[in-house]
Structures are given as structure tokens and as C-alpha cells.
Design a protein around this ligand. Structure first.
Ligand SMILES: [Zn+2]
Length: 665
């Protein structure tokens, strides 16, 4: 088969697989097989760019980062929809429509809680995607929309149309994204809608591609053959769009009301966020006659579900001390059931948050889940306030160590400044060992707290002296020789972590995982970074003044410098190896890991492989270059042997890493 033919076949195959996966939710091949075909296409297109097709899946992520979004004037205004909140208002809407068209029927659709998008196709190819903006002028986000697999790059017919719908973030994607942001010390998104709109406004489509946005289309413009809304949905589906399957044609108010009530109780079970039901007249040719107000069509309304909330009694406000010393007030209230879960605690953020709302212990409070994810106290029922209730008073002393708390000018938070505060130390130790930092897997939160209480680990450097206590540890209850050795070996392995992991682990204020990597890319040893000035730091694109000042002040502190020296003398790596993708020991190699390794966790081994230019996969196939086989390797090893793939032992793996290090030094 020649290259042109193969490129065509691969494009068609990959687009079919992606459609089955993203639109039909019915994957037909493994992610691994997909990736292999995708890589083959990337390679061929690099060699023969003239044969690359317009709808090639490789065009979903743009190479360039935009400076700003261009604007577009919508040919047909993207109007907003009037909200109603009661069945009475729905009745009135139906009556009004029936005055103009006595036989009108209605199409009810779920109101997806994301942001509206318009996609313009010319001769079947996606040309422009834009946001609603102010309804008249929107922003062009074509590169970002292309990363969303549910939006076809090419329609099944070569026609020119505009499709409109909603870009949204599935609930699962939000949880995953927030987890990552939490680990990086970034603010979490309040709900799916904010996350979706924050994401689509990113100027770098690579970021958008990672966030797993999704899309449902519901409006089809310029298609003369379509006469009803339910027909439009069918046509959109046939053109290759993802269409929400829950839409129903309803003939009267009773059917509409049943639809609304059904989804009121079932909406929390959906994998995507909805905040209501959109009711549209089904006959498209009556729209002009029914008409428009200045800002919305009269042939359509949105029934909005109220945000679920519950009343409870605030029993106490307690305080948590984080590793940076920040003191966070937490509301503890009688358990209430909201949006599918029991809730009895919610953060109150800081003193200002509480005082602004005049929240007091003993109050009847209103609690809701913003975006049905994070619980919040949003109001107080003042009519039920007890006469003897007292206004909230921020604590003056750390609840853990008793030292005086400090609130700096311009900041909302109080801090415990005592570096020896137990809460601060414990949380810093937990952070240091955590997965995104040093990834000392067998040293979990509980164990750290136990070791701290027993006096084995009082500071970060103590972690690397734990081996001296091996005999004592083995005698501890519930900790046999084997688990102690596991802990000690995972601590030992962490010494060779790259510098960005160490730097993030140190817990410098405002230095999240990403910032740590950026700093290491620019200062490849801790000694260079230690001497960096604010001017040098702010000269780096992603580093602002706040981060720069944090870094400089961290390295001015004698105690911090002493800690770093202690870590260094214990053998912790203090220099940065750039991730070498070109000539690493595993450059361009696909490696499969199987069996148990003695000196590495799977994750560590795979990090090393990736850092040395390779990639890892979970299953063995003809494309596999190497199999790293540990003890008790099973079927993957057998398969690799059958396929004649090169197999290496853990010892050989260590040799390969070492050989490369020798060359580099
Ligand atoms: Zn304290």
C-alpha cells in the first residue's frame, strides 16, 4: 500500500474509532491500539505532508499558542433564552403559543450547564467555532473546539451549515481536574460550567485538549430540508454530531411537566451537568410568526431547577492549620443530604467570609453544593437566630501550637508562623511524601503521623534517617519486617528523584508542581536557584513577582538552607535533568512493564522511561520495543517471548539508566 492510501485509510479508521468512543460511547479498540495507529499516521504525515487530510485527527491540537481571540459577528444572533421557574409559567407559555398555532407541539431537551458554541461548516469542513459572546459578537475559538472529539472536523455530507450547541465538562472530568489542581496548589473550579468556560478561554489548545471537554449540538441552521426541531436533532446526528438522546416531543403541558419532574429527580445520575429543561416549539416554520423579544425568542423557554439546598444548624466552627501555616475556619453542622450525598462540613474560607455573612454558631444556616460538588454555607436564616448568639470572633492563637496568629495587610488569611507547629510539620511531611512531590508510596499520611508521634520523624530530613531506626520500627505493632523494608526502600529510591519533585516537595509558598518544573528548567541546580534574584526570576515568562518573592525569601531563611544541606548530605538529588526526548536511553521506544520490580514502583519506572525519551504501554503487541520483566511476570512475558520482543530484567534496566547517566556526565 502506498503512503497516500495508508494515510487515507488511517484517517478514516481513526475517525471511526474516535466517533465510536466519544459520540456513541461504545469503544471498539483499546486506547493502546488507537495510539499506535495514531502514531503511525503522525509519522506518515510528517514524511508526506501533502497527503494529510483536512479531517485528520492530528489536526485536533494546534501547534501555536494564540495571543488573543479574534472576534466574529454572528450571522444569526445567538440569543439567550428566558428562564421560568414554575409549571404555571410553562402553562402560560403553551397558551400563548397555541393562540398563534393551535396545533403546536413541543420538543423538550435537557439544558446542559456549559457554554454555547457555534460551529460553521463549509462544504462539510469545520471552518469557524465561536463562543456566544454578547450574542451579536463572539470570540473565535476554533483551535480549542477542534480538540473536542465530539465536534466533527468533517461532516458526513459536503454541505454548508451552522450547528449550535453546548460545550461542557463531564462531572468526572471536573473531579479529576480539581484533584490535579489541588495537588498543584491551584484554586479548584467551583462547578462544571466555570471549568468549561475557563478552559475554552485558554489561548493554548494543548491545555484544552487535556481537559476532556465534550459537546452536544441542538440547533441546525441553513439546512432547508429540516422542518421540525426533533428532525433537526436527527439530522445533526446523521451529520456526525453528538446529540443528547434524552430529548422528547411533548404534546401538552402534562407531558412537559412529567418530563420536567422526571429529570428533577434523575438529573444527579447523569454523567454531565444540567440545570433545567429547554422547551421549544417543534415546528421551525412557525418561529418567525411567533417572533422575538429584544433579547430572546418567544418560541422557546428554559425551565430552571433551583440549586439544591438544605437548612441545618451550625454546631461549631473549628480551625485547620495547613502546611504553610494558613488557618482555615470550617463549619460543622448537622448532617444534611444534598445532591446525592451526606454533608456535615464545609470550609468557611476566612474571617472576612464569615463576617460578611454574619455567620454565628447556633444559627440556622443554608447549605448548598455549588456545581453539585463542593458544599458551601451561603446564607443564614436571621429570623431563627437566638437572642443570645454571639458574633464570630477569629481565634488569636494557633489551635495546635498556641502561637500568636498573624494576618498580613492585604491578605484575608491568618497564619501560624511557628515553624515547629505540629500541624504545619505534619502537613509538610505529608506533602513532601505525596505523589506529585517525592512520591514515597509506602509512607502514607497515617504512618507519617504515627512516626511523628513516636519521635521517629520530626522533620523532612529525618525521613532519610529512618533506616537507622529499622530495628525499632520492626518491633512496632502491625509493621512487620517486610513492610518496614518496603518503606525504607521507597524512601531510598526517592533520593534520585528529579529536582522539580524535591522543589515542589519543600512546599515553598506559591510554588506548585508546574512552577517547580519551570524553575528547574531555568536553574538546573538548587545552588543556582538559591542565589537567583527577583529580577532573574521575573524574567522567566511564567514567573510573576509574587512567586519570585516567595522563592527568594524561602532561600534567605537559614533553617530552610540547613534543611536542604541535610537532605543533600543524605544523598537526595539536588540537580535537574532535563527530560530528554531525543537521545535518552529509551528514545522512541515503547516499553511494557510486567511483574514486580524490587527497586521501583511501576510509576517510578515509567517516569524514568518517559524522562529518557520512551513511552510505556499496558499491553504487548508487535509495536512493543522492550518488555521490562520483574518477578512473577505472567502472560505479557509469554506473549513478548512469542512475538520475539526484546526482554530486559530489572538489573539490565538499571544498567541502561546508568550507562546513559555516565555518558551525560
Ligand atoms: Zn501552630
Amino acid at each position: 500500500m502506498d503512503a497516500k492510501e495508508r494515510i487515507t485509510t488511517l484517517t478514516r479508521l481513526l475517525n471511526t474509532y474516535a466517533y465510536q468512543y466519544y459520540v456513541e460511547d461504545n469503544p471498539q479498540i483499546s486506547d493502546f491500539e488507537y495510539d499506535q495507529l495514531y502514531q503511525e499516521l503522525v509519522t506518515l504525515e510528517k514524511q508526506y505532508p501533502q497527503y494529510a487530510l483536512d479531517d485528520s485527527p492530528t489536526k485536533r491540537v494546534a501547534d501555536k499558542v494564540l495571543d488573543k481571540f479574534e472576534k466574529i459577528t454572528h450571522v444569526v444572533k445567538m440569543m439567550s433564552i428566558d428562564d421560568v421557574f414554575s409549571i404555571g409559567e410553562v402553562e402560560k407559555f403553551v397558551e400563548d403559543i397555541r393562540k398563534i398555532n393551535p396545533n403546536a407541539i413541543f420538543n423538550c431537551e435537557l439544558k446542559i450547564d456549559g457554554l454555547s458554541v457555534s460551529c460553521i461548516y463549509e462544504n462539510g469542513l469545520l471552518k469557524v467555532a465561536s463562543t456566544r459572546g454578547n450574542g451579536t459578537v463572539g470570540e473565535i475559538v476554533t483551535d480549542n473546539a477542534k480538540t473536542i472529539h465530539a465536534i466533527p472536523l468533517k461532516l458526513t455530507k459536503p454541505i454548508s451549515i451552522e450547528a449550535r450547541g453546548e460545550i461542557f465538562m463531564p462531572k468526572k472530568s471536573l473531579l479529576k481536574l480539581n484533584q490535579e489542581r489541588k495537588e498543584e496548589g491551584l484554586d479548584e473550579f467551583q462547578n462544571c460550567r466555570n471549568a468549561a468556560s475557563g478552559t475554552i478561554k485558554s489561548l493554548d489548545s494543548k491545555i484544552v485538549a487535556k481537559r476532556n471537554l465534550d459537546n452536544f449540538m441542538y440547533t441546525l441552521l441553513d439546512d432547508k430540508g429540516v422542518v421540525t426541531q426533533d428532525g433537526a436533532l436527527k439530522e445533526l446526528e446523521e451529520l456526525g454530531f453528538k446529540v443528547n438522546k434524552e430529548g422528547r416531543v411533548c404534546h401538552d403541558v402534562q407531558e412537559i411537566s412529567d418530563y420536567i419532574e422526571y429529570w428533577r429527580t434523575h438529573k444527579d445520575d447523569l454523567p454531565y451537568p444540567i440545570d433545567g429543561v429547554v422547551i421549544k416549539v417543534n415546528e421551525l416554520n412557525t418561529y418567525d410568526e411567533i417572533g422575538y423579544t429584544v433579547k430572546s425568542p418567544k418560541w422557546c423557554i428554559a425551565f430552571k431547577y433551583p440549586a439544591e439546598e438544605a437548612s441545618s444548624i451550625l454546631r461549631s466552627i473549628t480551625f485547620q492549620v495547613g502546611r504553610t501555616g494558613v488557618v482555615t475556619p470550617v463549619a460543622n453542622f448537622d448532617t444534611v443530604y444534598i445532591s446525592g450525598t451526606d454533608v456535615s462540613r464545609a470550609t468557611l474560607h476566612n474571617e472576612d467570609f464569615i463576617k460578611l455573612r454574619d455567620i454565628r454558631v447556633g444559627d440556622v444556616i443554608k447549605v448548598r453544593k455549588s456545581g453539585e460538588i463542593i458544599p458551601e454555607v451561603f446564607a443564614v436564616d436571621f429570623s431563627k437566630r437566638k437572642a443570645d448568639s454571639k458574633p464570630f470572633q477569629m481565634i488569636e492563637y494557633c489551635p495546635v501550637c498556641g502561637s500568636k496568629l498573624v494576618r498580613n495587610d492585604g491578605e484575608a488569611d491568618y497564619f501560624c508562623l511557628n515553624p515547629n507547629c505540629k500541624a504545619r510539620i505534619l502537613n509538610s511531611l505529608i506533602h513532601f511524601a505525596s505523589k506529585p512531590a517525592m512520591n514515597i508510596e509506602s509512607l502514607g499520611d497515617r504512618l507519617i503521623e504515627n512516626f511523628y508521634n513516636l519521635g521517629f520523624i520530626k522533620s523532612i530530613p529525618d525521613i532519610y534517617h529512618l533506616y537507622e531506626k529499622r530495628d525499632e520500627l520492626i518491633k512496632l505493632e502491625k509493621l512487620g519486617e517486610k513492610s518496614v523494608d518496603n518503606i525504607l526502600s521507597s524512601i531510598d529510591v526517592s533520593k534520585s528523584n528529579n529536582l522539580d519533585k524535591v522543589l515542589f516537595g519543600l512546599g515553598i509558598r506559591n510554588v506548585g508542581a508546574k512552577v517547580a518544573t519551570v524553575l528547574c528548567e531555568n536553574f538546573d541546580t538548587i545552588d543556582k536557584l538559591k542565589n537567583a534574584t527577583v529580577e532573574q526570576l521575573t524574567a522567566i515568562p511564567d514567573i510573576g513577582l509574587v512567586i519570585a518573592e516567595s522563592v527568594v525569601s524561602y532561600f534567605k531563611n537559614e533553617a530552610n538552607l540547613k534543611m536542604i544541606e541535610e537532605l543533600r548530605s543524605s544523598g537526595v538529588n539536588m540537580s535537574y535533568k532535563k527530560r530528554n526526548t531525543v537521545d535518552g536511553a529509551f528514545a522512541h521506544k515503547i516499553v511494557v512493564l510486567t511483574g514486580n520490580l524490587k527497586n521501583y514502583t511501576r510509576e517510578q519506572a515509567s517516569d524514568i522511561i518517559i524522562s529518557l525519551g520512551g513511552s510505556t504501554s499496558s499491553s504487548v503487541s508487535k509495536k512493543t520495543d522492550l518488555v521490562l520483566a520483574g518477578e512473577k511476570a505472567g502472560s505479557k512475558l509469554t506473549k513478548a517471548q512469542a512475538l520475539g520482543i526484546k526482554i530486559i530484567s530489572e538489573e539490565e534496566f538499571m544498567e541502561m539508566i546508568k550507562a546513559k547517566e555516565d555518558v551525560n556526565e
